[in-house]
Design a protein around this ligand. Structure first.
Ligand SMILES: [Zn+2]
Length: 301
């Protein structure tokens, strides 16, 4: 009876995970865009600015993106970019740009309502100036972000892993637990303890592997974007340099509290799905150096 109930729960879990993971990719307009899209006071989605659309057209061409007309750009209400779907699917793909990519002048940042530690910002302070600099995107930064998200929508291998990894983990864990009584005839508490240990260990392995794959996917997306053109690589270096600088200032100003969120190098402690900012910056600088060297050598010829 208990076994039957567990089996039903596992089936429901696998079905639920597949449904959630697949629907995000199959219906990017209805789910990702609606959930993350920045809306005006009438509830209408805010259109992506022409500057961003122009960068998209250029980067899509350089990235050799198939069917770029099937990508819809939008402004996200979050401070980071997001994407879902694929141009190979009938419903296409969406790319959400950080809301601060709408900022065009210093005054836009100052009027954006950003607060620090719950208090208004003194804009001529070191923090105020760094915030203004950090939240004013350059064309190259916009191009880099778009290139990064284009890589995410192009890489179907990573998408498959993202969709099937969690249901597969649940299925394999269940299978391993059901094999135990056939191998060892354990009773009561011991049997339960072994099954719980398998669940725990499998979960730790899954978490470890998922983080490795997520980080790998981020590095590849950074690389694909930066390889488009030297100015896009420059945009990536600029993006991470500014973010690290802002984190370092917050680390300094928040004192003891800051140590919970940032390292003394400017990395974000609580960010597990993305690699360290300093590592990403280091890799981008190497790509930038390589592309600059090849550009110079082709000019010399
Ligand atoms: Zn990414």
């Amino acid at each position: 009876m208990a076994d039957k109930a567990v089996r039903i729960l596992v089936r429901l879990g696998i079905g639920g995970m597949l449904a959630v993971n697949l629907s995000g990719e199959l219906f990017p307009h209805q789910i990702c865009k609606q959930m993350y899209g920045l809306k005006d006071e009438k509830g209408m989605l805010i259109e992506a600015p022409e500057l961003c659309l122009k960068q998209f057209r250029e980067v899509a061409l350089k990235s050799e993106l198939n069917n770029p007309e099937k990508v819809s750009l939008f402004v996200s209400k979050a401070f980071h970019a997001i994407s879902a779907g694929s141009t190979l699917l009938p419903s296409g793909a969406v790319i959400g740009l950080p809301r601060w990519y709408l900022n065009r002048a210093k005054s836009d940042v100052e009027n954006s309502g950003i607060k620090f530690d719950g208090k208004p910002i003194t804009w001529d302070s070191e923090l105020g100036q760094t915030l203004t600099e950090s939240y004013l995107p350059t064309e190259n930064m916009i191009a880099f972000t778009i290139g990064h998200e284009i890589s995410h929508i192009q890489r179907l291998d990573f998408k498959m892993l993202e969709i099937f990894a969690s249901p597969l983990w649940l299925y394999l864990t269940f299978k391993m637990c059901s094999l135990i009584p056939k191998i060892w005839k354990l009773h009561g508490a011991l049997d339960m303890l072994l099954k719980l240990s398998i669940c725990g260990l499998n979960y730790l392995c899954y978490k470890f592997m998922k983080q490795k794959v997520d980080h790998w996917s981020e590095f590849i997306a950074d690389e694909m974007s930066a390889m488009c053109e030297p100015k896009v690589a420059e945009g990536g270096v600029e993006y991470f340099t500014r973010r690290i600088k802002l984190n370092l200032i917050q680390y300094k100003l928040l004192g003891e509290e800051g140590r919970k969120f940032y390292t003394d190098e400017g990395d974000e402690i609580k960010s597990h799905t993305h690699p360290k900012l300093t590592e990403r910056l280091g890799k981008l600088r190497k790509i930038q150096l390589r592309t600059d060297l090849s550009k110079n050598s082709s000019q010399d010829r």
